[in-house]
Design a protein around this ligand. Structure first.
Ligand code: BGC
Length: 724
């Protein structure tokens, strides 16, 4: 349809029809309408009439080609103006082929592969009838107590932005031409990843400068890539719930960034303004949300019940509603739904494509590239002739898909025990659970000790179950559960080498296992092919290359701990740790256990010859930075060479290190490579106290290395623009 036709359509709509477009409900409201034409329980409770459902604009959480075809057809047969429904769902890290969780995908430092995973997710979802995914989630995070860190790619704004763009490209592709793609909905705008104390839905309070510097870039990156939708966040931002925050939504998102797509509330977040203490009732909540520019209300009826009255009383102008409806119609039009309301939904194609071999291969590849080797005293990879005891609650667990695994079926996941059995010589593997996630019995312990008795090495498969992270999965104690630490203690007494593999959704406090084990592999929730990927790393068919994108704390007491922190006025001198009046803990190092960017390989890399093309940069003359990296080990491997800078003195204090680029080098044993970076004045800009985005002339440090801690260092000066 042409734009003028959409406007004609808008003009034909009654007020009730318009407002109903702004309502999003789960599918069971629709199925209820269908069966008897009766008002079902949930509708009655919510005060929603059958008529509203008949005209409502979108559906949440339904999938399956036939189911969606049925609902769409039934809906279209009743909808007066033939406006089709939009079907949306949380396709976060896969539809049925489940990829590693986003925090793991981040650890791959491979946005191209993230894009591929999103494309596959889109294709599987679209042939199953979906139109929109509530992804990517790009909230920057610094607190591993928050369960939703598993949904993000970590603590760095630059890296998060690269992944944000990649996910959007992968989901959307050419949305108008290709019916096997989805519209993306970036979330949760804004700063949902910074809840106080890591408690989900909690208060977020920070300076606007901080917000703009760290938290906003990844949302903006998604929009720059053409992301069609944005979702609000549950939290307050500067004391005002994001969903009713005019400054954030109208001011920054729409006016400043020019976003003209659909803005959706998070689940019930319009009504939640009452609990926040920012609205007296549903009517006030609706008023604040529509004024802020929220188009679709997810799962509460504040709009449908109150907008008519708000219009009548003149508090809300008709144009606000018309604009919101038009944005929704435009999205439907862009997806081609007016011409083809069923779009990609195709039961036959669904059978062919969903969870097919090629998709699972990509999931496998991504899993091999996202498991991070955190420690290795030479016990990994497993020796061919070794007798292996695989022990722990994840030895044969299928709970490896992680939270938000959409249509993923646990039973389809490749378990570690099964995969290892296939890879080791017959009779070389013994498997025992040792304990459950949270409990251990004498019998389990004895079985584990017995299995370990004849082993040359113990592989411990430990972790959090998938419900311990994800939404509503905040924890104050982020160690492994006590029962599992107990198991480690008993097995350690045997004096045999231990390689621990950890399945989980957040950086953990690894006390009780990191020092006790000889090797530690962070497997995250690795997805459908997880067991195969982890087993291939364990036996050495694959050389790990992933690097952390979120720091692992020494203990929960250090949290929040992140690499791009300030120095303070009293920084700790590592050679004088006994000094009292410096910024430190008296019972813990300041440094995290494992820093951002950290991850080992089965080979080793040596860095040398950090060279700058000049000691001075001008706005017109970028610097070239290069470093030599030599593979000093005996295996081929991939190294992610990272470049950080520090602005030594700024109008506003700058972090000790900021990631500005990285390069991957694949090197054979004995081979060296040169990683070359271009560094421009633009990359040195930041938000000043007046929120202007400029650079400060003066001295900068440049660091290049294997992670944010272990680097070579050089200096250069940025000349002031007048001199340039
Ligand atoms: C979550 C969103 C999600 C929505 C719909 C909410 O509880 O915060 O991330 O997209 O539910 O399932």
């Amino acid at each position: 349809m042409e734009n003028h036709q959409l406007i004609d359509l808008l003009n034909q709509m009654t007020l009730e029809e318009k407002i109903a477009q702004l309502l999003q409900l789960t599918a069971h409201f629709h199925e209820g309408t269908e069966s008897e034409g009766q008002i079902t329980g949930p509708m009655e409770e919510m005060g929603i009439s059958e008529q509203m459902v008949t005209a409502s604009g979108s559906v949440l959480g339904l999938s399956g080609a036939q189911a969606i075809i049925d609902v769409q057809k039934a809906y279209m047969s009743k909808n007066r103006l033939g406006i089709p429904l939009l079907f949306m769902a949380d396709v976060v890290h896969g539809f049925k082929t489940i990829f590693p969780i986003p925090l793991a995908i981040g650890s791959s430092w491979e946005p191209e592969l993230a894009e591929k995973s999103a494309e596959i997710s889109a294709r599987e979802s679209a042939v199953s009838g979906l139109h929109v995914t509530f992804a990517p989630m790009v909230d920057l995070v610094r607190d591993p107590r928050w369960g939703r860190v598993m949904e993000t790619t970590g603590e760095d704004p630059y890296l998060n932005s690269l992944f944000s763009r990649a996910f959007v490209r992968g989901y959307q592709g050419n949305l108008q031409e290709d019916t096997e793609r989805l519209a993306a909905c970036v979330k949760h705008f804004a700063a949902y990843g910074a809840p106080e104390g890591g408690r989900d839905y909690n208060t977020v309070d920070m300076s606007e400068r901080n917000l703009r510097e760290y938290y906003l870039p990844a949302y903006k990156a998604a929009l720059d890539e053409g992301c069609e939708m944005v979702m609000t966040s549950f939290n307050t931002v500067d004391g005002i719930p994001a969903t009713g925050n005019e400054k954030l939504m109208r001011g920054i998102l729409r006016d400043e960034w020019g976003f003209d797509g659909v803005l959706i509330s998070d689940w019930a977040s319009i009504r939640e303004m009452i609990a926040h203490g920012a609205a007296e009732d549903d009517c006030e909540a609706a008023y604040r949300a529509i004024r802020a520019g929220v188009d679709i209300e997810m799962m509460t009826p504040c709009y449908v019940q109150n907008l008519p009255e708000l219009l009548q009383s003149g508090r809300v102008d008709k144009t606000l509603i018309d604009e919101a409806v038009l944005r929704i119609l435009r999205l439907k039009n862009k997806l081609g739904l007016f011409e083809n309301p069923l779009r990609g939904a195709d039961p036959e194609r669904e059978r062919e494509l969903v969870f097919c071999k090629e998709h699972r291969k990509v999931s496998y590849e991504l899993a091999t590239k996202s498991c991070v080797l955190l420690k290795n005293n030479g016990v990994l990879p497993l020796q061919h002739e070794s007798n292996v005891a695989l022990i722990g609650p994840f030895a044969q667990s299928d709970d490896i898909l992680g939270w938000w695994s959409c249509e993923g079926v646990k039973e389809d996941a490749v378990k570690l025990g099964t995969a290892l059995e296939e890879r080791l010589q017959s009779g070389k593997l013994r498997v025992a659970n040792g304990c459950d996630i949270h409990s251990i019995t004498q019998e389990q312990l004895e079985e584990a000790l017995e299995a370990a008795q004849t082993a040359d090495i113990i592989v411990l498969a430990l972790g959090e179950d998938s419900s311990m992270s994800g939404e509503g999965g905040s924890r104050t104690d982020i160690r492994l559960p006590e029962a599992q630490l107990e198991l480690v203690k008993h097995l350690q007494k045997l004096g045999k080498p231990i390689a621990a593999v950890i399945f989980n959704g957040r950086p953990l406090d690894l006390q009780g296992v990191f020092n006790e084990a000889d090797a530690v592999l962070e497997a995250w929730f690795p997805g459908s092919e997880g067991g195969a990927a982890v087993a291939d790393i364990l036996v050495g068919r694959v050389n790990p290359s992933a690097k952390l994108t979120m720091s692992f704390p020494q203990s929960v007491g250090q949290v929040p701990v992140y690499y791009n922190r300030f120095n303070t006025g009293r920084p700790l001198d590592p050679l004088k740790t006994e000094e009292r009046y410096v910024s430190k803990y008296i019972d813990s190092p300041n440094e995290p256990l494992l820093p951002f960017g950290y991850g080992l390989s089965y080979t080793t890399f040596e860095y040398s010859d950090l060279t700058l093309s000049s000691l001075e940069m001008t706005p017109n003359q970028p610097l070239t930075v290069s470093v030599k990296v030599l593979n000093t080990g005996t295996r081929a491997g991939v190294e992610t060479v990272q470049l950080y800078i520090r602005d030594v003195s700024g109008e506003v204090v700058r972090p000790l290190r900021e990631l500005k680029g990285y390069k991957k080098l694949k090197l054979a044993p004995g081979e060296h490579g040169i990683a070359t970076f271009t560094l421009t004045e633009e990359q040195l800009r930041y938000h000043h106290s007046d929120l202007g985005f400029t650079s400060d002339p003066g001295t900068f440090h440049v660091f290049v290395g294997s992670n944010s801690r272990d680097t070579l260092e050089q200096k250069f000066k940025l000349a002031s623009s007048q001199l340039a």
